[in-house]
Design a protein around this ligand. Sequence first.
Ligand code: DQA
Length: 138
Amino acid sequence: MKKIQIINGPNLNLLGKREPAVYGSVSFESYLDTLRVRYPQCAFSYFQSNHEGELIDKIHETGFDCDGIILNAGAYTHTSIALHDAIKSVGTPVVEVHISNVHGRESFRHHSMISPVCKGVIIGFGLDSYRLAIESFL
Ligand code: DQA
């Protein structure tokens, strides 16, 4: 059984309601149900927070004992040296994901503080970005 931790950052609690033209109209909880059915060989844990420190705490807590972390850090992607350091501090590989194609959006979304310390980056495939990240761990 692969232990996979999914971590979503700020405003991603509103998936399904938030800017549906950009992020779709499915809540993350219902998408996660489909992932659990599709990947019975994986044990998924899910955490979402709007607070940078709580995201760091969760990376510390899970970053030594699961097989992979899938992280959508939301807007902290573009700003957080602290998340960069947290990812670098743990042994578990972290895959950065984004629902939207950040490179086709505002220029402030073009730079990621965390990409250099992630195992890889999956951008722009809608919620399917998370599934592609799972595949990278299998
Ligand atoms: C996002 C892209 C970020 O720029 C934005 O701040 C988000 C969501 C994405 O999944 O497309 O909150 O990470």
